[in-house]
Design a protein around this ligand. Structure first.
Ligand code: FPP
Length: 227
């Protein structure tokens, strides 16, 4: 019996959030450059997305680029952006075939123009797909997201369109980047690090956490099923 056969389909998570960690260390272990790790990280993204679709996970959210990642060497940032654009362009066909709807959260206006354009086009092209919503967190930081939501609510308060009593958990959630997504019920982080790293702090109030010792490029669909 495979791990997959042991999964109870009635108890599947609806939303899995992932921190893909360990690309750099994996590459270093092989005597290669960090960028080699990111390239192989894309194969793991494909593997996990296919695995999630295979068992019927409707929402998958990947931490692809944090707001802190801008502090990495320029060359690495550029390589990550190029990987993102080439992956989106290459995967559009498979997104359509597999019913994947692309979504993005984060401070997207920080991204280079060509990335914003490709993202918008891919999101638009896949908007009617309904099997799995793949959300990429890009230039994302949870504290900034919470502050952004607070500012939007404060503006409404100042205009008098809402009162202080209207500010509930539900109203607050509706002002986050994730307004259209259910809260994650499972968060997976690879590479043995056991931290949240400013990822979906509000949304993960009740989320179960799963830490895998594997580096992200080694993570495969069976590891997903095990989680
Ligand atoms: C963490 O490893 C990983 C990242 C910062 C980037 C993850 C991005 C990808 C896998 C490519 C994105 C592409 C798509 C299509 C979503 P690390 O560099 O922090 O590893 P380390 O902790 O070993 O240094």
């Amino acid at each position: 019996m495979s791990i997959k056969d042991n999964i109870d389909p009635t108890r599947l998570p609806q939303h899995i959030a992932v921190i893909m960690d360990g690309n750099g260390r994996w590459a270093k272990g092989l005597g290669k450059l960090r960028v080699f790790g990111h390239k192989n990280g894309v194969s793991a993204v494909r593997e996990v997305l296919e695995g999630a679709i295979e068992i019927g996970i409707p929402y998958l959210t990947l931490y692809a680029f944090s707001s802190e990642n801008w502090n990495r060497p320029k060359l690495e940032v550029r390589a990550l952006m190029e990987l993102l654009i080439s992956s989106l362009t290459k995967e559009l066909k498979t997104f359509q075939k597999n019913g994947v709807r692309l979504n993005a959260i984060g401070n997207l206006s920080d991204l280079p123009q060509n990335i914003q354009k490709t993202l918008t086009e891919t999101i638009e092209a896949t908007r009617n797909n309904s099997k799995c919503t793949l959300t990429l967190a890009l230039s994302y930081g949870s504290r900034v997201e919470i502050i952004d939501a607070t500012k939007k609510i404060a503006a409404q308060l100042a205009q008098g369109t809402i009162t202080a009593e209207d500010i509930t958990e539900s109203l607050f959630s509706q002002h986050l980047y994730t307004a259209d997504l259910p809260d994650p019920d499972l968060m997976i982080r690879t590479s043995g690090e056991q931290r949240i790293s400013n990822y979906l702090l509000w949304q993960m109030a009740y989320t179960e956490l799963w830490f895998s010792p594997k580096m992200w490029p080694e993570f495969n669909r069976n590891d997903l099923y095990e989680a």
